[in-house]
Design a protein around this ligand. Sequence first.
Ligand SMILES: NC(=O)c1ccc[n+]([C@@H]2O[C@H](COP(=O)([O-])OP(=O)(O)OC[C@H]3O[C@@H](n4cnc5c(N)ncnc54)[C@H](OP(=O)(O)O)[C@@H]3O)[C@@H](O)[C@H]2O)c1
Length: 296
Amino acid sequence: MRVVVAGSSGLIGTALVAHLRGAGHEVLRLVRRGSAAPDERGWDPPAGTIEDGAFDGVDAVVNLNGAGIGNRPWSGARKQLIRDSRNVPTDVLATAVARHGVPVLVSGSAVGYYGDTGDHVVDESAPSGSGFLADVCRDWEAATAPAADAGVRVVLVRTGQVLSPSGGLLARLRPLFKGFLGGRIGPGTQYLPWVSLDDHVAALQFAVETGSLSGPVNVTGPVPVTNAEFTRELGQAVGRPTPFPVPAPVVTAVLGEMGRELLLSGQRAVPTALLDNGFEFRHHTVADALSAAIGT
Ligand SMILES: NC(=O)c1ccc[n+]([C@@H]2O[C@H](COP(=O)([O-])OP(=O)(O)OC[C@H]3O[C@@H](n4cnc5c(N)ncnc54)[C@H](OP(=O)(O)O)[C@@H]3O)[C@@H](O)[C@H]2O)c1
């Protein structure tokens, strides 16, 4: 298949491009500048433009754009960027996919859609929750409407924390844990939805190829864990004790709303749609995923 990937320079996009090519697909990368290589096509999301011919003969588009959610404090301007860098590219892609008759759009979202679920298990049928991230995810998903309205098969990948040593949560926590500074955050009873990078890109490929899959799809490991369980497993993976819990008031004092939503809240999300459609996880438990990522 010929697959266009937007957001291909990121943690997931880089791995996805390599994975799809390894599986025999032709991959074109959308770049937010003029194209400079044979496999690149230029686009400018704020201007609403995509290089002519970029979608000719394309079988699927994968949309992974978005400014980082957990790497800068949530000022008003940052929150606006988090929204705009998702809604605008998604709308531009969904409109172009519809116009050019591309049959499949696989579009990013996150399990933050569900808000804080406590210990309530959530599959794709669960309603959206409250909070900034839930608002962001609802709007991000809604921006795919031009494609869905045109009959395109749209898959909304509600992603958990992708575990990789190269970026995201694990790249930030690993040095702290190695330095004997690891510990559960707040009560530790909040769920921490996770998925290995290998399984995430395999799930994206599965979404591209599987005609029975459409609508929201949780991309999270099959066995959810709490923050305390994750902390214990990461401590074991790096061979360190985890003696220092971070009290919730410290998290909120230092990180404010971002800390409340990203660290003290969580989703006990399960990947029902993937499992029902026959997807097979390589990493079933967080211990498997951490050991694959860290190499223990
Ligand atoms: N990693 C996770 O744990 C995780 C969890 C849940 C959801 N997600 C979502 O999955 C998607 C990919 O995640 P990732 O970890 O690969 O993220 P990433 O490494 O931060 O990459 C995101 C990509 O988005 C593009 N981008 C960055 N700033 C942008 C802006 N201001 N406007 C438009 N595009 C911008 C860039 O691609 P180009 O320069 O190539 O355009 C960048 O490489 C994101 O939407 C993210 O929110 C990730």
